[in-house]
Design a protein around this ligand. Structure first.
Ligand SMILES: *Cc1c(COP(=O)(O)O)cnc(C)c1O
Length: 432
């Protein structure tokens, strides 16, 4: 199996974090997000241990909330010693309600509204990661009104094409995110920011992309950022305290995806950064990483119930499920790969070439094409889509007025509800 928290029990059913997926579906209904708390903690510890070991005690791990955000998740990552990235008042509020210390939170986004900025400052946000100069001015003005000096980082684009999907490619010069180093814009913004009285510039940030498997991309990104830090130090006399290198490490959705050893990747990055810092004769910055996907993706799967099985002889076979793009829009958005199997009989022969189709009124509502399932699969059979812990619940919608599924968490072999299923009354909650 693609992750060690998956197995098959004596009934021949799929198990996740030690529990029978068919029983979980019967107990809670489908569609159902299931998450493995122990796996989240394990993934956090791999990062935390490696960061402390190779970058020292003042390094920091920040969980990128957008991968999956609800109150219980903030409690878990707080217990693991993580800070967090937030991108909206909604994420700030969720973290607050989970008693998360917002002093350890970094507010991202390429377009923070004035309301977001004011709300985050009032909530005690640690840092804003400023995308552009217009935003720096807004934060400065709002911080001034409130009589505070606000800590910020500047988000820069090191101009790297990580060869991932265009739609999730954010480190290039023409990206909607950040300010480019190559064009001189980053330098100008730094200079301007340093002159603002209510802004306390603490350093620089970059996020090159997502689902990255090539460690060279991080090495190259950090090199460009360190050279920029040296350039700014020489020309403006400003020394960055923090270098935040973003998130993006890839996870295994299918067998063909490689396994990434986070510890050895971070070691390689640290070796390179220490050498480069020495060559450039700059002080070692405090290093931050912001993993999202690699903390939660393999800690989640989604259970569905099969409905119509449609065979179009000579063309295609469709297996329809009781969820779809409303709970997992990733295939519709950018053709993401997933491993799909029957939870009832994961070891059965899969001899039917088919498409797993969602229930939404949209022909693009597919979860995966070109997969194989047992040809005698029938209405009522439980189907599992693996590795859905990241960017599924957080991207879910109420399209077709479907209620969002519950999130059930498993910890030490015990299941509990972390997010309740939306009811029909929840669907009309705001209708007047
Ligand atoms: C999305 C994002 C992350 C997390 O990326 P993953 O690929 O989920 O690890 C980190 N930092 C920033 C700024 C992001 O936008």
């Amino acid at each position: 199996m693609i992750c060690e928290n998956l197995s098959v029990n004596s009934c021949g059913h799929l198990t996740f974090a030690g529990l029978d997926c068919v029983e979980l579906a019967a107990k809670y209904g489908t569609p159902l997000y299931v998450m493995d708390e122990n796996r989240i903690r394990h993934n956090c510890r791999v990062y935390m241990n490696a960061m402390k070991k190779y970058f020292g005690e003042n390094s920091a791990c920040l969980y990128a909330s957008k991968a999956c955000s609800f109150k219980r998740l903030y409690e878990i990552i707080k217990e693991e010693g993580f800070g967090t990235d937030v991108v909206s008042s909604g994420e700030v509020y969720t973290a607050l309600k989970a008693d998360f210390d917002l002093g350890n939170a970094f507010f991202h986004s390429n377009n923070k509204t004035d309301e977001d900025i004011a709300f985050a400052i009032d909530s005690g946000i640690g840092y804003f990661v400023c995308d552009n100069i217009e935003e720096v001015y807004s934060i400065s003005a709002i911080a001034g009104e409130k009589g505070v000096k606000q800590k910020v980082l500047l988000r820069l684009t090191p101009g790297i094409d990580p060869h991932t999907y265009e739609a999730v490619n954010t480190g290039k010069v023409d990206s909607k995110f950040g300010s480019a180093i190559e064009t001189g814009q980053a330098f100008e913004i730094t200079k301007t920011t340093l002159g603002l009285p209510n802004i306390d510039l603490r350093g620089f940030h970059c996020h090159i992309g997502s689902q990255i498997f090539d460690s060279e991309i991080y090495i190259r990104g950090s090199e460009i950022m360190l050279e920029f830090i040296a350039h700014v130090r020489q020309n403006l006399g400003y020394t960055a305290e923090i270098l935040d290198l973003g998130g993006g490490y890839g996870v295994r959705y299918i067998e063909a995806n490689p396994y990434i050893d986070i510890d050895s990747n971070i070691k390689g990055l640290a070796d390179f950064i220490k050498r480069t810092v020495a060559q450039l004769a700059i002080p070692m910055p405090r290093i931050c990483l912001e993993p999202g996907r690699s903390i939660v993706a393999d800690a989640g799967l989604t259970l569905y119930t099969a409905g119509t099985v449609k065979r179009i002889p000579g063309y295609k076979n469709y297996v329809s499920i009781d969820g779809g793009m409303a709970d997992n829009p990733r295939y519709a958005l950018y053709g993401s790969y997933y491993t799909v199997m029957s939870a009832l009989r994961p070891e059965a022969q899969c001899d039917m070439h088919c498409t797993l189709a969602g229930r939404c009124c949209e022909s693009g509502d597919l979860i995966q094409e070109n997969i194989f399932l047992p040809s005698d699969i029938k209405r009522g059979e439980i189907i599992a889509v693996l590795t859905t812990g990241a960017y599924n619940y957080s991207m879910s919608s109420n399209y077709n007025r479907l209620g969002k599924p519950a999130v059930v968490m498993i910890a030490d072999g015990k299941d509990y509800v972390a997010v309740k299923r939306e009811t029909l009354d929840d669907i009309i909650r705001n209708d007047v």
